[in-house]
Design a protein around this ligand. Structure first.
Ligand code: URA
Length: 232
């Protein structure tokens, strides 16, 4: 079987946050081992069978990638679109074209979007049975009243899907703002839940999914998830 070869600097840049040009320094500092020996050149050939270790960590071409993005308004949760900028346009990663979106947000919804190439992980995050809270900050057009809290906790019937929504936790923050935690992600779910009370959602921001929070990330910024976040 013929194996695909690649230059060491390209391989390193595709599998780490280091760039092709950073690799020269990594080689000079003897931080890269190729099949157990210090790398001697950025042009060294590696294949999928080569064992490449950087700072003690084994690099593999099929390493999964996990990213978070703070989606701005007007950016579409898709990987391709003819009209709008997509979430993928805001990600800088050499293998970004492998990524898919874990739980889309509407065009005008802002906040946390997760992307990965690990299908098993995204299924786990999305399954209602996992009971992972997706938390949103919501601004509505009509005053909020305590009755919402009980109705959201009981569940709302969605005729189109013939389902009742899972218990959701609503915390009223002010007359027009609330924090809502859901364990599922039906189409336009938050807007439809407030729609039950004929209350229009004027602004919607996803702040977290499980223990992964968008706090601290600027609008339009993205970064890889930490190991702790991935284990949410
Ligand atoms: N619910 C909505 O209605 N819109 C979103 O973007 C996310 C959840």
């Amino acid at each position: 079987m013929k194996s695909k070869t690649s230059r060491l600097d390209r391989f390193v840049s595709q599998n780490t946050d280091f760039s092709i040009s950073d690799t020269r320094l990594l080689v000079a500092q003897k931080r890269i081992l190729v099949d157990g020996l210090p790398a001697y050149s950025v042009q060294q050939k590696v294949t999928q069978f080569t064992h490449v270790v950087l700072d003690g960590r084994c690099l593999k071409n099929n390493d999964p990638v996990y990213f978070m993005l703070n989606k701005p308004k007007g950016v579409v949760s898709a990987t391709k679109d003819l009209k709008h900028r997509t979430v993928l346009d805001l990600i800088q990663h050499p293998r970004k074209n492998e990524l898919h979106i874990v739980g889309r947000l509407d065009l005008n919804t802002t906040g946390l979007v997760l992307l990965t190439n690990d299908g098993a992980w995204s299924r786990l995050i999305s399954l209602p049975e996992t009971k992972l809270a997706k938390t949103y900050e919501v601004t509505v057009s009509e005053p909020l009243i305590d009755e919402y809290v009980a109705v959201f906790r009981e569940g709302i019937y969605f005729a189109y899907e013939n389902i009742t929504t899972q218990p959701a936790c609503l915390e009223i923050l002010s007359e027009y703002t609330a924090r809502l935690s859901l364990v599922e992600g039906k189409y336009h779910q938050v807007k439809r839940m407030f729609g039950y009370f004929r209350n229009e959602v004027l602004a919607l921001h996803r702040v977290s999914v499980g223990n992964i929070s968008v706090a601290g990330l600027g609008v339009g910024e993205s970064r890889p998830l930490t190991e702790k976040e991935r284990c949410c």
